[in-house]
Design a protein around this ligand. Structure first.
Ligand code: ADP
Length: 481
């Protein structure tokens, strides 16, 4: 049972739980994440390649300049106008600063002219004096620093260091502009992702909506048969399950209808007889007391018959309930069978039928005593009912480690092969020729089988017409709910 408040709650939050919504969110998130990662990767790689190419340019310029400077006598007083103008050009082109440092770490040339004569303490300059040029990129302070050793043309010794520091503001500005543009593009991607997600979610969830529409149409009765949806393997599987469930429900409904019509018929038969008996008595005047007695006797028998049908039906209904209704206890089966046989002995004796109990071993099992005794009673009663006068009924009890076996064999009329499949059905009565002479309502074996099944056991039958029948009931010794 679904509580109404739960349904309301489910409806309120239904949209968030729906598959379409989840697909839409997923597509949007994936779209945004992909866009953002692309944006980050592209801009980062642009920045690093711009810095690399700028650094390589400056290094080239430095190498050329260092070669020319190597030929100079005194780095503090450069005589070549060409070199001086190249230094200025270098600083102008890259909007940076060019300095020359002598081996005593004094700045001897500075295109900014502010620090000439000052001492510079820098690890890069120090390393450069050992003959190894360096490059440094400081992203936070936005500059590239390149050092190159100035080697004397004749002696190959390091006479100074050329230090170029160049601002990367231009690159940073381009990157900022690109962030802004790509941010706008990302917003557009977000809008497209939301739309695409919503559309995809709607399209992908459609087969599931079709399933629920089709089930609803069958439930409401617009449609006879469920229409399978084979868009996905999953919907195909769900459709198959729904189909088999509907078939089972249909079969159950048919069997219920048949059961109801059988019950009504069976209950009506004794009532009709009673009505005929009563009416015929009422129609006559001065009925002799013997006739009254005889009719009353017949009426009483019909009432007994009606009573038996109702009791059997109630037993069947109880058996139909789930195993929760089982009242399990440890039962001595030998004693149980002996008690049942003792009760039935007078009926057997009235037809001079020999009733024998053959107990192979003592058996104690966990069973519902009342249901099991009902089943055994029905089997033995049948063995007596469908027997010949002077015949025999043998009941054998045996067991292995797992189950016990109760065999009820008789020397009776037997059951035709064609009927063996039907005898366990409710209200089924065998060959019509004997059913009118032998009392019964066709519920005995149904009850016996239900009892066996509830104990997770089974009943099998073997029969030869004219020779006799053997029913074997197998019941586990231990009941597992
Ligand atoms: P009922 O005995 O009331 O007819 P059951 O369900 O007990 O109903 O049995 C169904 C049918 O199976 C019987 O009508 C009968 O034809 C057949 N049957 C059952 N037990 C035996 C038996 N021991 N020997 C021959 N036929 C039997």
């Amino acid at each position: 049972m679904v509580i109404i408040s739960e349904v309301k709650e489910r409806k309120r939050f239904g949209i968030f739980k729906s598959l379409s919504f989840r697909i839409a969110v997923l597509v949007t998130v994936v779209g945004i994440l992909a866009g953002m990662s692309m944006q980050i990767v592209i801009l980062r790689s642009y920045e690093s390649s711009a810095v690399d190419s700028r650094t390589a340019d400056i290094q080239n310029q430095c190498t050329i300049l260092c070669n020319q400077l190597g030929a100079q006598e005194n780095l503090a007083e450069i005589t070549s106008e060409a070199i001086l103008s190249e230094l200025v050009q270098l600083s102008n082109i890259y909007s940076g600063r060019v300095m020359i440092i002598d081996p005593s770490y004094h700045i001897v040339q500075d295109t900014y002219d502010t620090d000439v004569g000052k001492t510079i303490v820098s690890r890069d300059v120090f390393r450069c004096f050992s003959g190894e040029g360096t490059t440094t990129y400081d992203a936070d302070n936005r500059y590239i620093e390149v050092t190159a050793p100035i080697t004397k043309t004749e002696s190959e010794e390091v006479a100074g260091v050329l230090l170029v520091s160049v601002s990367t503001d231009a690159i940073a500005d381009t990157v900022t502009t690109l962030w802004r543009i790509s941010g706008t593009v990302l917003l557009a991607i977000l809008a497209v992702a939301v739309l695409a997600g919503a559309l995809l979610g709607w399209v992908m969830a459609r087969p599931f909506r079709e399933i629920s529409d089709s089930v609803e149409a069958v439930t409401e009765g617009y449609q006879e048969e469920y229409r399978a949806v084979d868009a996905y393997t999953e919907t195909e599987e769900i459709s198959e399950s729904i189909d088999s469930m509907l078939n089972r429900m249909q079969a159950l409904d048919e069997s219920r209808q048949e059961f109801v019509s059988n019950v009504s018929h069976e209950l009506k038969t004794p009532l009709t007889s009673m009505k005929v008996l009563a009416d015929s008595l009422l129609a006559q005047d001065d009925v002799p007391p013997e006739l009254y007695r005889e009719f009353m006797q017949d009426l009483s028998e019909e009432i007994d018959r009606e009573n038996k049908i109702i009791n059997d039906l109630l037993t069947l209904v109880r058996m139909d309930k789930t195993s929760n209704a089982m009242d399990i206890s440890s039962v001595d089966i030998n004693t149980l069978v002996e008690r049942i046989l003792k009760q039935l002995k007078p009926i057997a004796a009235s037809h001079n039928i020999e009733l024998v109990f053959e107990s192979i071993r003592p058996v104690t099992a966990q069973v519902d005593e009342s249901k099991l005794s009902q089943a055994i009673t029905n089997l033995v009663e049948n063995a007596i009912k469908y027997n010949h006068d002077n015949g025999w009924v043998r009941v054998k009890l045996d067991a292995d480690v797992k189950d016990f076996y109760l065999e009820v064999a008789d020397s009776g009329m037997g059951i035709p092969q064609s009927e063996l499949d039907q005898i366990f059905e409710r209200f089924y009565r065998g060959d019509k020729s004997h059913s009118s002479e032998i009392s019964g309502n066709g519920l005995g074996l149904s009850i016996a089988r239900s009892a066996a099944v509830l104990h997770q056991g089974s009943i099998h039958v073997k029969s030869q017409v004219g020779e006799g029948t053997t029913f074997t009931m197998r019941i586990p010794l231990v009941y597992v709910p």
